[in-house]
Design a protein around this ligand. Structure first.
Ligand code: AMP
Length: 214
């Protein structure tokens, strides 16, 4: 199994791009660490209860907690040709844990796709972001509106604003990205696996650029 990491700031479009790539190619599997954590919080698992307070503040949850969740999932996976990791790793410690998981699963790191988006666009994307409360599909009030206002195209669920998309928490998440996640750019560049993809312009073009970078 190949592992592809989607790297980029909150609002850079990792989830949207991953969703489109997987819809077009059933041999891919999308794993979003944020979704895994939101699911754990909702179901009040031990990991979810621990993660909840960090997520509400827009901070990263402890490395060991998320690394374990992803490792457990990867150990169970059977079938996909490639895994698109969205939101994990987010620190160098997590990247090192992922290296160990990849080795123990007999997988290989195929590419790290960095979605590059200017700060002012990130802020606008986070402010307008909506999420389906049932299936987790992502929308944006102007850039990617649903066909019927407030209703998910895919499953008919009600759309909601993510709890951590309020302006204060979003600002904190962008700061956390700069200090804790951006060092990964150098980490993967040094290994020769980093592929930079402009994350602005029409969504179809961004997805096509990402597909070519896989
Ligand atoms: P996301 O949906 O990727 O924006 O993630 C939402 C929130 O989940 C983040 O702000 C963090 O609190 C937490 N989270 C997601 N992925 C990770 C990760 N790899 N490491 C630590 N915290 C994470």
């Amino acid at each position: 199994m190949d592992v592809v990491i989607l790297l980029g700031a909150p609002g850079s479009g990792k989830g949207t791009v991953a969703g489109r790539l997987v819809a077009a190619d059933k041999t891919l599997r999308h794993v979003s660490s944020g979704e895994l954590l939101r699911d754990a919080v909702e179901h009040h698992t031990a990991a979810g209860d621990e993660a909840d307070a960090y997520m509400k503040r827009g901070e990263l949850v402890p490395d060991a907690l998320i690394a374990r969740i992803v490792a457990d999932l990867m150990a169970e996976l059977d079938g996909p040709r490639a895994l698109l990791l969205d939101g994990f790793p987010r620190t160098v410690v997590q990247a090192q844990a992922l290296d160990r998981t990849i080795e123990s699963c007999g997988a290989s790191l195929a590419a790290v796709v960095l979605l590059e988006v200017p700060d002012e666009i990130l802020v606008d994307r986070i402010a307008g972001r909506r999420m389906c409360s049932v299936c987790g599909a992502g929308y944006h009030v102007t850039n990617l509106p649903p066909r019927v206002d407030g209703i998910c195209d895919a499953c008919g669920g009600a759309l909601k604003v993510r709890k951590d998309d309020n302006p204060e928490t979003a600002k904190n998440r962008l700061a956390v990205y700069r200090t804790q996640t951006m060092p990964l750019i150098e980490f993967y560049e040094a290994r020769g696996v980093l592929r930079r993809v402009p994350g602005t312009g029409p969504i179809d073009e961004i997805v096509e650029r990402a597909r070519r970078a896989l």
